[in-house]
Design a protein around this ligand. Structure first.
Ligand code: ATP
Ligand code: SF4
Ligand code: MG
Length: 330
């Protein structure tokens, strides 16, 4: 396994108390595989990713438990210097906002080239050629002419391609893309997502794709992990989730996707708001919003049950709901 996160726990110490942002998250992604991490704002998707990458703000953040096994090594036990060597070279991250992640006063070619000068000891000229090659690879038209342009001279979609190029520069084996297309308009979103999927295949990388949009993951992800209040509430191969969700929260998310064949119909919305992490409700954190909640849901935290459906059903399908069976068949 390329990456295995085991029982990760992260807290934030704030003036108002301890916010438990990640409460025992486990997930895994293999080479050539795409895992989509899904959930509403504040569910802990980014914090989990930051802990994996080693870029969590500490303090106020604190990793209080768990392991992050990357190619078998527990990254949480490495020294910062060792982690720095892994970051960028072996695992890289793509963020939502390219404009604030790129340096506005350096040309795109200089920023891409820098990776090769610093990490590969190349000359300026060699690095520039590499930059052009990367820009070609992420399909930026007229790369040779545009290599000396500045970030603001590119459109949003092209800037996001440059971010992808930066992440790919050293050919890492794992990429974490945190809402990589959220800031783009819908057609450009699809193009950037397709590009990412294609490069992932070409380079046989593992990809963790963080999103709150279940609509974008159908074509690109292999597996989905759905997060709620710092926990994974359902995980399964993507086609199984679309066919029949086994958690009421996932079902709510699926129902709130706009569908072309149901134009004009009012969009479903999950009632209520995600919990305040300083005061996560006892029992199942989703219970105040759940249409299926029973007494047990208000007192006992549901574990991740193995969803054993029909014989031969996909392995490793899990749901943190006492009533996963009713949900699945309901
Ligand atoms: N620097 C911080 N200081 C205090 N609390 C933080 C900090 N960063 C994150 N948190 C807490 O962790 C929770 C999870 O944040 P996270 O960024 O992982 O959410 P997310 O699922 O990525 O949401 P979004 O979809 O909005 O990006 C937040 O609700 C917040 O309470
Ligand atoms: S455990 Fe209960 S409250 Fe939680 S999702 Fe299942 S039915 Fe709803
Ligand atoms: Mg986030």
């Amino acid at each position: 396994m390329l990456l295995e996160v085991r029982d990760l726990q992260v807290e934030f110490h704030t003036r108002d108390g301890v916010a438990r942002a990640v409460n025992g998250v486990s997930y895994a992604v293999d080479a050539g595989e795409t895992l989509a991490v899904l959930g509403e704002s504040g569910s802990g998707k980014s914090v989990t990713a930051q802990a994996v990458m080693g870029i969590l703000d500490m303090p106020p953040g604190r990793i209080t438990g768990g392991q992050v096994l990357f190619q078998g090594r527990d990254l949480l036990r490495l020294k910062e210097e060792q982690r720095r060597r892994i970051r960028g070279a072996e695992m890289a991250m793509i963020f939502q906002d390219a404009l604030s992640s790129l340096n506005p006063v350096l040309t795109v070619g200089a920023q891409l080239g820098e990776m090769f000068i610093v990490h590969r000891g190349m000359s300026r000229k060699q690095a520039r050629a590499k930059a052009v090659e990367l820009m070609d690879r992420v399909r930026i038209p007229a790369a040779r002419e545009r290599v000396d342009d500045y970030p603001h001279q590119f459109s949003g979609g092209m800037r996001q391609r440059i971010m992808i190029a930066m992440a790919l520069a050293l050919e890492p084996s794992l990429i974490i893309a945190d809402e990589p297309t959220t800031a783009l308009d819908v057609t450009v979103q699809a193009q950037v997502m397709d590009l990412l999927a294609e490069l992932r295949r070409e380079l046989n990388m593992g990809l963790i794709l963080i999103t709150h949009d279940l609509g974008v993951v159908a074509d690109v992800a292999d597996r989905i992990a759905v997060m709620y209040a710092g926990r994974i509430v359902e995980t399964a191969p993507v086609y199984e989730i679309y066919r029949a969700p086994a958690h009421p929260y996932t079902r709510g998310l699926l129902r709130s996707i706009p569908r072309l064949d149901q134009k004009g119909r009012e969009l479903y919305a999950i009632k209520g708001l995600p919990p305040n992490l300083l005061r996560i409700p006892p029992g199942c954190a989703f219970n105040p919003r759940c249409p299926m909640a029973q007494d047990v849901c208000r007192t006992e935290v549901p574990p991740l049950f193995e969803v054993a459906e029909a014989p031969g059903a996909a392995e490793g399908r899990r749901s943190a709901c006492y009533f996963w069976e009713e949900t699945l068949h309901g």
